[in-house]
Structure formats: C-alpha cells, structure tokens
Design a protein around this ligand. Structure first.
Ligand SMILES: [Fe+2]
Length: 206
C-alpha cells in the first residue's frame, strides 16, 4: 500500500528583505559616493572611508537606510531593540570582477544599496547556507531543489534597491559581465537597547 499522506512543513526559514530607496537617492549623493577615494580590496575596490553614512553629504540616504533597518527589526526580526548602522562603505566591481564568498562578522543585519544604475547583465548575489566545512555533502538533484534542500540560493539586485540579510550568511557576487563598473554601498549593523532577562541574569544593556 502506498503512503496516502506525506507532508513537508518548514521548521525555520532564513529571511531577506528588499526595499526601494529611490525616493532618497539624489544626483548629489550619487556623485559624492562615485567620487569617494577607492582602494584595493581583494579583487574589487572599496572606499577608503568605511563610515560613509556618517558624512553629512549622505544624511538623506543614511536616514532612509535607518528607516529600513527599523522596519527589518520590527517586521522581520520582531524585536523591540534598535538596529543601527556600524560601518558603511562603497564598493566597485570593474568588468570581469566579482567578490569572493564571505560573511560579515560583528554585525547582525548587513545590507547592500544599489545607489546608481546597475550595468546589464546584472551580477547576481549568491547565498550559501553552509558556513562550515561539510564532511558529507548530500546535495539534491538539480530538478529536485527547493527551499528546504537547496544549499545555494541567489537574488538579482535592482537599481535603487536596498537589500538586507542576516550578516552570518555566506555570500558572493558573480563576476561583472558588463563593460561598466558595478557600484554599490554596503553596511553592517548592531543592536542597541536592553537584551536578555533580569531574573534570568542574562540582562545586558548595550
Ligand atoms: Fe558582503
């Protein structure tokens, strides 16, 4: 007798959020970020200034990012504490250059903001749910991949979009297949407020 009832249910899921910040992106801010001094990262270029959202020239953009982080804290994480931007920087991938796989330490939520026109074809961001060495790799067949079993998932960013994800997920950017530079702003965040529980002696105010 074949089994008549066989259900698959999620236990947990990893979220990400995307928000259109087009209303807060102005030509002056685009010029300011494009003209920041860039230095060599590993393969791509990164701004020398790693706290760019503290610059008065980017006040409007920084406020919009804060609003999006507030939404993420409330709607995605369901927490009452505040997320605030720690470091923030500009990135530029020249043609044929992507970004190696990495995660963001000492951060809770990280974000990428595609503040100016993304060149076509748009390089995708790949996420790898496994952050550790795996002695046994049981990967699904290609035509049987789904949200539960895929080791990798990806997104295609859009111009003006802010994309936010948990900082501990490994991610990489595929090589820029266009003839134009691919530009983005990235940032980390941390939490402010009271966490833990007084009676549990786990209370911490940060
Ligand atoms: Fe990153």
């Amino acid at each position: 007798m074949p089994i008549e009832k066989f259900e698959i249910q999620p236990l947990f899921a990893i979220p990400y959020a995307r928000a259109d910040l087009g209303h807060a992106i102005t030509p002056d801010q685009i010029d300011y970020v494009k003209n920041l001094k860039m230095v060599r990262n590993r393969d791509n270029l990164i701004s020398e200034n790693l706290y760019i959202f503290e610059e008065p020239e980017l006040k409007v953009l920084a406020a919009a990012v804060q609003e999006a982080l507030d939404r993420y804290a409330r709607d995605v994480m369901g927490i009452s504490q505040k997320l605030y931007v720690t470091q923030s920087w500009a990135l530029m991938n020249p043609p044929n250059v992507g970004m190696h796989a990495h995660a963001h330490s000492n951060s809770i939520v990280s974000g990428s903001l595609y503040y100016c026109e993304l060149p076509e074809p748009v390089s995708r961001v790949f996420f790898d749910r496994h952050t550790m060495y795996r002695q046994i790799e049981l990967n699904p067949e290609n035509d049987r991949r789904n949200l539960y079993n895929s080791p990798i998932n990806m997104i295609t960013p859009k111009t003006n979009e802010l994309f936010m994800f948990p900082s501990d997920i490994n991610h990489m950017i595929e090589a820029n297949g266009s003839s134009e530079p691919r530009r983005a702003i990235a940032f980390n965040s941390f939490v402010k407020g009271r966490i833990g529980d007084y009676r549990d002696v786990s209370e911490l105010t940060i």
